[in-house]
Design a protein around this ligand. Structure first.
Ligand code: HEC
Length: 147
């Protein structure tokens, strides 16, 4: 290999290595949201994407609604993105993304949803026990927590 050709190879390799380390190729939560979620949830997360039609039995969640989103714990959000709506006993019209997105991408999407709703999961702590209010008004003890 001539010296020039070798230099060219080194330059190309350096370019890709650089792109990798600065993670210029990794998609941000906003990009993932626009690519994977917006067709149903809308570009701004209002639940009004082009795939949301009146003919569907349920509408995609309005991610900007604090009233709706505070009913979900962070764990609920992560579970429904990973395993789909059925993971939280919701509609299977919400698809699972656990095989498409990494755990950290899903966690970052959860962070983005919390920014969109400007809300947190509503927890009612009582003597260190974490409870979640269900839609029927009863309190559910959250599983998977050491209480
Ligand atoms: C094919 C349409 C569709 C796509 C794509 C979609 N969703 Fe959904 N999503 C829905 C529907 C419909 C619901 C409402 C389910 C219900 O209330 O039963 C929903 C509900 C949700 C909920 C609330 C779940 C709950 O437990 O109440 C979250 C969080 C959510 N979606 C996040 C996302 C994220 C993040 C993406 C992209 C990675 C995404 N969705 C992509 C249709 C979609």
């Amino acid at each position: 290999m001539g010296k020039k050709a070798l230099l060219a190879v080194v330059a190309v390799l350096t370019f890709f290595a650089g792109a990798g380390t600065t993670s210029a190729l990794a998609a941000t939560a906003e990009e993932n949201y626009r690519f994977y979620c917006a067709q149903c949830h809308g570009l701004e997360g209002r639940g009004d994407g082009p795939n949301a039609t009146e003919n569907q039995p349920v509408s995609p969640r309005d991610h900007t609604s604090a009233k709706e989103m505070e009913k979900l714990t962070d764990e609920d959000i992560i579970n429904s993105i990973t395993d789909g709506g059925t993971a939280t006993s919701k509609s299977s019209l919400m698809p699972p993304f656990g095989k498409t997105l990494s755990r950290s991408e899903i966690s970052e999407l959860k962070g983005l949803l919390r920014k969109l709703c400007k809300c947190k999961g509503k927890w009612l702590g009582r003597q260190g026990v974490l409870l979640k209010k269900r839609s029927d008004g009863k309190y559910l003890r959250q599983s998977g927590l050491d209480t």
